[in-house]
Write a protein that binds this ligand. Structure first.
Ligand code: 26Q
Length: 795
């Protein structure tokens, strides 16, 4: 497409889709017109991919996830369709600022964090690989809350991305699926009819997901809940206006908000209803499509693979069995076999408090037939394995992890260590019964968004050196290793990083009115706020470092900017205290004349995908400091490595694999191993001992206690200091000394800029394995047993 064709397409949509003339169009209108013009370029390729999938009777992959954290879509589409030049030139001719349009797009924040962003990276990689696949999610009216700070405290505001038209979706009013809840069951022999007492409708909205060079396009289908019977006119006419609208409002609550939760199960009925709504609509849609193509449901596992993203859609197993057995008349055991061979389950956590369970009473009331089927699935599983002690329905609850496991042919962990720990902890008994079921698929991230798009300076430098093959064959990044030996090339690598840091410094100055030194170490910890992720370990080290600088302000310190980003769950008081402490520290330290040249603390509010794209390219140091054994994988760690940040980290999650690939000499390791953590936890008084043995730690804790950071309320952080001094489940104190040591190693390493740049470039060169393309190929081979389709010609 030429620039002038693009210009005409934009103007056409401005007038005929937006109904605006150019003289009065606002940023929003131009952005929408551009988005529609770009979307038009995608549609034919998207249709062609669908046509081929049908024509060739290809197996399809269905990715069921309550979360898709996709962020903005415009730049992604422009880049994958190779339209940057045409768009740039068209907008120049129209005198419109491209960056302003990009910034105007709201983030689609339909996820909490890692699990949701992984689903988004997977969608992009599946399209890039030419794998026929479809993502199923919920079209939340309100995504993850917006975070702001008031006096340093986190305040949550509703997120409102749908208040403007979503440019990328196609509404499918004809794809409307009935969903029932409650009611009663009438058993007829082994089978049953379910008569729900409450019904609503799931309506589909499709967003095309286009792969690299437009060679393939898949669909992200999001369900919206709608009332079955809309507005009650009779009531309205009687003058009962509020009651007339009530059924509608109730039905719509199911897709109203994303649960802002990660890692703590809440046991809320609405959440269970959301999960069933999502899963039942998706399964029914999958069966409907299958039956339009084939007439024998025994073929289902050959033609469809259903991946469930954590246990949130784990009711898929019983629902599929219900359709096959109750509705289609298949023998029960055969139905279980077909369902199991179709479904596989990804587990994302080992934290016991994050494993979903639902009370039998609630489940039985809401899903009476599913409850019966779960008991029969347990019963069959006991007969198959000859054991009685592992049941999904146990102690008055339904354990969704167990249900997911026994209804899947494969269960996977998301990093090597995580997968091994699964076998010895959460799924120990099940693993002994099914030793071939657990497999590993280490997470990955899409290099299109997380290098090509977010870091154009580095991407161009790489492409100039080795061509653009790395974009869809990220392992080719290792071809830059020979360039790393060339001092002139390394200077350019360092210059790209520096320019990114200058950009970020300017943004911090403009938006937060904090001046930071672009030559300082940009030390970044971005992720959800959690005790196990240990932002407070980073904060304690920051305090200790600040105190040493104050003791000796002229000692020639290596300047640092500590950057934090992340949201705390609204009811997680401890995490919110950590946020406030970071902000209190920032206020005190950034205005300390003795230290502020050397140390700044920056916590931009509302960390999201777009902010990640701004921060990650400017990072020197990546903080991956979770208590060993607690972080399943991490994916921010991979993005930062790819963008040339060195990691300071524990042997946890995918850090282990990152360190192996980039080389131990290019990684700052510290802390106890998962095994050592378990042993130490059994020792009484570990926290007190660690504090007694490290005067810096003792002094940092004392500083918090004394109220230096909260003079108006010295006791503000009592719960943090008390918890750390006595209980310290996450071993902050026990790991402090070694963390401190590793941070000083970072300081020393940074004083040799050439060697630092070399290490950073080697991180980039060796991070190609962390492409989600590699991850998806792994799922295809080990779990889905599918191959890619021959693709459409390059855009
Ligand atoms: C459960 C029940 C009720 C309401 C909400 C939830 C819920 C929602 C989200 C539970 C967990 C989550 C999210 C978990 C998550 O993001 N896990 C992360 O997954 C990443 C991708 O595999 C890993 O890299 C991270 O290590 C893991 O923490």
């Amino acid at each position: 497409m030429t620039a002038s064709e693009m210009k005409n397409a934009i103007l056409h949509h401005l007038v005929y889709t937006l109904g605006k003339d150019a003289a009065h169009a606002k940023t929003y209108d131009w952005r929408m017109a551009l988005s529609f013009a770009v979307r038009d370029q995608i549609v034919d390729r998207w249709f062609e991919a669908t046509r081929r999938t049908y024509a060739e009777h290809r197996k399809r992959v269905y990715y069921l996830s309550l979360e898709f954290l996709i962020g903005r879509l415009l730049k992604d589409a422009v880049i994958n369709m190779r339209l940057e030049e045409a768009v740039q030139d068209a907008l120049d001719a129209l005198k419109i600022d491209w960056h302003e349009l990009l910034e105007d797009e709201p983030d689609a924040a339909l996820g909490n964090g890692g699990l949701g962003r992984l689903a988004a990276c997977f969608m992009e990689s599946q399209a890039t690989l030419g794998l026929p696949a479809m993502g199923y999610g919920i079209r939340y009216e309100h995504g993850l809350f917006r975070q702001s700070f008031e006096d340093g405290r986190q305040v949550e505001e509703p997120e409102d991305w749908l208040s403007q038209t979503h440019a990328w979706e196609f509404v499918r009013p004809e794809v409307a699926i009935d969903i029932g809840f409650g009611g009663h069951v009438q058993e007829i022999g082994s089978r049953a009819n379910w008569y729900p007492s409450e019904m609503l409708i799931a309506m589909a909205h499709d967003t095309p997901v286009i792969g690299w060079k437009g060679r393939w396009g898949n669909t992200l289908r999001l369900w919206e809940s709608r009332p079955m019977h809309g507005f009650d006119l009779a009531r309205f006419n009687r003058g009962d206006y509020a009651a007339a609208a009530e059924p509608e409002a109730l039905a719509r609550t199911l897709s109203r908000v994303l649960y802002p939760d990660d890692h703590t199960e809440q046991g809320k009925e609405l959440r269970l209803k959301q999960e069933f709504f999502h899963t039942a609509a998706s399964i029914r849609d999958i069966i409907r499509r299958f039956e339009s193509e084939y007439d024998d449901l025994k073929l289902l596992p050959k033609k469809a693979a259903i991946q469930i993203n954590d246990t949130h859609p784990a009711i898929a197993g019983p629902e599929l069995v219900r359709i096959l057995h109750d509705e289609r008349g298949m023998d029960f055991e055969e139905a279980v076999g077909i369902a199991r061979n179709t479904i596989s389950y990804t587990n994302h956590t080992l934290l016991p408090e994050a494993l979903e369970t639902w009370g039998e009473a609630r489940m039985g009331r809401l899903l009476p037939r599913h409850m019966q089927l779960i008991d029969r699935i347990d019963d069959l599983h006991r007969r198959e394995t000859g054991t009685g002690h592992v049941n999904a329905h146990q102690d008055g609850k339904v354990h969704m992890g167990t249900l997911g496991f026994i209804m899947a042919h494969k269960v996977n962990g998301v990093a090597a260590l995580h997968t091994e720990l699964q076998k010895t902890t959460v799924f120990k008994d099940l693993h002994e019964l099914h030793p071939d079921r657990i497999v590993n698929q280490t997470n990955g991230v899409t290099p299109r968004r997380w290098l090509l798009s977010c870091n154009p300076r580095l991407a161009s430098l790489i492409t100039e050196g080795i061509g653009d093959g790395w974009v869809d064959h990220a392992e080719d990044l290792e071809k830059i290793e020979p360039l790393v030996a060339d001092p002139a090339w390394l200077d350019r690598y360092a210059a790209a990083k520096k320019a990114n840091k200058v950009d970020l410094s300017n943004w911090i100055a403009e938006t937060m009115e904090i001046g930071v030194d672009p030559d300082a170490i940009f030390d970044i910890q971005v992720k959800r706020i959690h005790e196990y992720k240990r932002q407070h370990l980073n904060l304690l080290e920051t305090i200790a470092h600040w105190q040493e600088i104050r003791d000796n302000p002229n000692a020639g310190w290596v300047p640092r900017v500590k950057i934090f980003g992340g949201k705390a769950f609204p009811n997680y008081i401890y995490a919110k205290d950590m946020v406030r402490l970071a902000n209190d520290m920032a206020r005190v330290m950034n205005s300390d004349p003795l230290t502020s040249r050397y140390l700044k603390v920056v916590f931009p509010p509302n960390y999201n995908v777009s902010l990640a794209e701004r921060l990650i390219p400017a990072a020197d140091l990546s903080e991956q400091i979770s208590t060993a054994g607690k972080e399943a994988s991490g994916t921010g760690n991979m993005k930062l490595t790819l963008n040339g940040a060195l990691t300071i980290g524990t042997l946890d999650g995918a850090n282990v694999e990152i360190r192996e690939l980039v080389g131990a000499e290019n990684f700052f390791l510290f802390g106890m191993t998962a095994e050592e953590v378990m042993a130490r936890r059994a020792e009484a008084g570990h926290a007190a001992r660690a504090i007694a043995e490290d005067h810096r730690l003792a002094r940092a804790l004392e500083a918090i206690r004394s109220g230096i950071f909260s003079p108006d309320e010295p006791g503000r952080y009592h719960s943090i200091t008390e918890n750390l001094s006595h209980h310290d489940y996450f071993m902050v104190c026990s790991d402090f000394t070694d963390y401190w040591r590793a941070q000083r190693e970072v300081d020393t390493a940074f004083t040799d800029p050439k060697d630092w740049a070399r290490k950073a470039a080697l991180n980039t060169a060796r991070a190609g394995w962390f492409s989600s393309d590699r991850t998806i190929r792994g799922y295809m081979k080990d779990i889905w047993h599918t191959d890619a389709a021959p693709q459409v010609a390059d855009a």
